[in-house]
Design a protein around this ligand. Sequence first.
Ligand SMILES: C[S@@+](CC[C@H](N)C(=O)[O-])C[C@H]1O[C@@H](n2cnc3c(N)ncnc32)[C@H](O)[C@@H]1O
Length: 264
Amino acid sequence: MSRQVEAMVGYLKHTVRAQSKYKIHSPFVFGFYQDVLKDEHIYIQYRVVNRLRKELETVSRFIKRKDMGARCKDYPCDQRFVRVKDIIHHSSVNRKNGEFLFRLIRHYKPSSILELGTSLGISTIYFALAAPDSRIVTIEGCIDSANLARENFDKTGLKNIHVITGNFEDKLALALNEMPSPDLVFFDGNHKKEPTLAYFEKCLQHIHPDTIFVFDDIHWSAGMEDAWNIIRKHPLVKVSIDIYHMGIVFFKEELSKEDFTIRF
Ligand SMILES: C[S@@+](CC[C@H](N)C(=O)[O-])C[C@H]1O[C@@H](n2cnc3c(N)ncnc32)[C@H](O)[C@@H]1O
């Protein structure tokens, strides 16, 4: 089966499994559904990202991509030089999911955010716009991408973001030293089973009951499916929510252990 067909079948399975809102009995998860997922308000901050995205979509300049063994989402892994506009198209969070991240941050108000996988900084900008008073640490292994992300943060006037350049394997411990108890962690790089589980385990040592983990591309490959299934079944995870492109987990002690699949 080709990747495209596999993805279509995966999405169909997801929609069949998805719970209707009437089956969401947990008030906490219903709040997530109503106030985060289905909030259709067009926030003025979206314009900042839309403008930047539009601008970057016209940039045909090549940047040198460092291959860290991480599987790339849509372009060939051995491609060493990539156009900025292709990165925006293939690697950065899209508008729908970026705006979801914005609303998630706006709703739960994390004051410390850790991101694995900055790329050009699009998701980071959604975070910073939603929580301008938060501290954000983001890690990126590709030097050219990290530099371009820094330029984008300057351009959008965002001052609360610290970019750490280097491999997650080397830099995650440093980031967790700087931010020992993050309120939210976004895992968006090296979409493979073992590394994803390793980052999860490492970050798990730094959670508090209100910490939120968000995993990107949980159904992107069989390995990522496995990783997601292991994560959601972890005894410390209370509620997991699968919205197909992302998986969100909560650790709140008062919640009963439950997995949700919600169509988005
Ligand atoms: C999907 S992109 C991140 C997109 C970004 N969060 C956004 O939505 O705008 C993943 C990024 O993770 C970086 N990456 C992948 N594996 C890595 C690793 N082991 N260490 C450091 N960076 C890595 C890649 O260079 C790439 O830029």
